[in-house]
Design a protein around this ligand. Structure first.
Ligand code: AMP
Ligand code: ZN
Length: 114
């Protein structure tokens, strides 16, 4: 499954450049273009799913791999503590409708988030 109009499908396909930091069988991890922390990476499934729930329902293995990839990225960059975020729906701040797991680390991360 793929969508020519989807920004992250196009990054996965190599049609739009991104600073890729990790690739697995089912995922690609690349740096967020507008980093909100010293480490801010997005982990996306290679296949197109609009949000995290759709991915979990459609490809549970890829859903799990988002998290293991995120952990690998944080470890590789030397962070024990990090935050994972899945904005789901426009009202929750989702702007790109290809699911992506934000990996944030390297500064104090307060709670609750904004
Ligand atoms: P969200 O608001 O949760 O949908 O997150 C979308 C994220 O994608 C934002 O943090 C953007 O900064 C990021 N983003 C948008 N375009 C690009 C791009 N071309 N390369 C990397 N990150 C991007
Ligand atoms: Zn897509």
């Amino acid at each position: 499954m793929n969508d020519n109009d989807c920004l992250f499908c196009r990054i996965v396909a190599g049609e739009i450049p991104a600073e890729t930091v990790h690739v697995t069988e089912r995922t690609v991890a690349f740096r967020d273009i507008n980093a909100q922390a010293p480490l801010h990476v997005l982990v996306v499934p290679k296949d197109h799913y609009a949000d995290a729930a759709a991915l979990a329902a459609g490809d549970p293995a890829a859903s799990a791999e988002l998290v293991t990839t995120a952990a690998a990225v944080a470890a590789a960059e030397g962070y024990d503590d990090y935050r994972l975020v899945l904005n789901t729906g426009a009202g929750a701040g989702q702007t790109v409708f290809h699911t992506h797991l934000h990996v944030l680390a390297g500064r104090p991360l307060t709670w609750p988030p904004g």
